[in-house]
Ligand binder design. Structure first.
Ligand code: NAD
Length: 363
């Protein structure tokens, strides 16, 4: 199969659908790869590296879409890309269709087979192609928050780990899923004093086991949140209620009870945020102040470390890309129910129930 990798065209998107080592695996399995020139240049993957891995280089996106049997990308296709898709061509990428009627309509019209990373499942009920970006965002939350704690950014002027003779900072993580666990692990590594709150007791037990008691766990309820944020230097918002907007767990009134210059990092901002005072920010202008509290609410955190994110994404997607390439999409989806859950649009029809329901299509 010929796998095409166009250069991402969304503003400030530097990630790329496949790394050179991903290309090498596909080529070793007997497939061909066609990568648009400079697709990975911004994050240090040169055309030469792709060529060495066995790819051919296309001079523009049109050539990639024209020739490839399957397109592997990162972000949802922009309208100009949707119009380049061919009937029967496979598109494997993040789609996030439910809030995007225009893209859904264009993908239906394209007559292509659109498989979304974010709805592929695994046997433990997880979302294996979403998890790598949550891992990145969780770990990054601590480094972003640590920077925001510096005096020049409006923060309290506190070092996370303290130094001998000076107490470490207190980090409170609300939500102990993939983001929360990765944030907690990073914070613990700096020597900070870390508490995780989750409303799942089973999850808290698991975290207690994993960290051998080195991280405190607390049931997430309003009394415990109220009390723990009073004392916190940094609060990470990492909750998720699948398919719903994030609950507002920290209200504006509660900010007044916090220490001036404390930092809120709202990773859940892509679901509306779990602090009442959160609003989405960008990597160019990531922080703002409300009532003396520093807010960091970047909606696409993994984009800031595009090289690491690309490598993590290819690690996770490659087995599925290989399965699709080896068997063809029909057989691959027949054989693998988890991959089949990724199918959102197939040859002119919406095939994912939640998207059909939200956007009023027959299912
Ligand atoms: P996850 O499903 O792995 O974990 C969510 C956790 O939240 C679960 O353990 C759940 O029990 C817990 N939870 C739900 N309600 C809660 C409450 N009221 N109090 C405490 N805990 C509660 O999800 P995840 O992958 O960790 O993602 C977390 C959030 O981060 C999501 O909104 C996701 O979209 C977002 N995210 C944002 C970025 C970004 O760039 N900003 C990147 C990746 C993920």
């Amino acid at each position: 199969m010929l796998i095409g990798v166009p250069k991402e065209i969304k503003n400030h998107e530097y990630r790329v659908g496949l790394t050179p080592s991903g290309v090498r695996e596909l080529v070793a399995a007997g497939h061909k790869a066609l990568v648009q020139t400079q697709a990975g240049l911004a994050i240090g993957f040169t055309d030469e590296q792709y060529i060495q891995a066995g790819a051919s280089i296309a001079s523009n996106a049109e050539e990639v879409f024209e020739r490839a049997d399957m397109i592997v990308k990162v972000k949802e296709p922009q309208p100009v890309e949707c119009r380049l898709l061919r009937p029967g061509q496979v598109l494997f990428t993040y789609l996030h269709l439910a809030p995007d009627p225009e893209q859904t309509k264009l993908l239906i019209e394209s007559d292509a087979v659109a498989i979304a990373y974010e709805t592929v499942t695994d046997e433990r009920g997880g979302l294996p192609l979403l998890a790598p970006m949550s891992e990145v965002a969780g770990r990054m939350a601590i480094q972003a928050g640590a920077h925001a704690l510096e005096k020049a950014q409006g923060g309290r002027g506190v070092l996370l780990g303290g130094v001998p003779g000076v107490a470490p900072a207190k980090v409170v993580v609300i939500g102990g899923g993939v983001v929360g666990l990765n944030a907690a692990r990073m914070a613990m590594g700096t020597g900070a004093d870390v508490t995780i709150l989750d409303k799942s007791l089973a999850r808290l037990k698991e975290i207690d086991m994993v960290f051998g008691g080195r991280i405190k766990t607390l049931m997430s309820n309003s009394a415990n949140i109220d009390e723990s944020i009073r004392d916190a230097d940094m609060v990470i918002g990492a909750v998720l209620i699948p398919g719903a907007a994030a609950p507002k767990l920290v209200t504006r009134a509660m900010l007044k009870t916090m220490k001036p210059g404390a930092v809120l990092v709202d990773v859940a901002i892509d679901q509306g945020g779990c602090f009442e005072t959160s609003r989405p920010t960008t990597h160019q202008d990531p922080i703002y102040m409300v009532d003396g509290i520093v807010h960091y609410c970047v909606a696409n955190m993994p984009g800031g470390v595009a090289r690491t994110s690309t490598q993590a994404l290819t690690n996770a997607t490659l087995p599925y890309t290989l399965e699709l390439a080896n068997k063809g999409w029909r057989q691959a989806l027949l054989d693998n129910a988890h991959l089949r859950n990724g199918l959102n649009i197939c040859r002119g029809r919406v095939t994912y129930q939640a998207v059909a329901q939200d956007l009023g299509y027959a299912y």
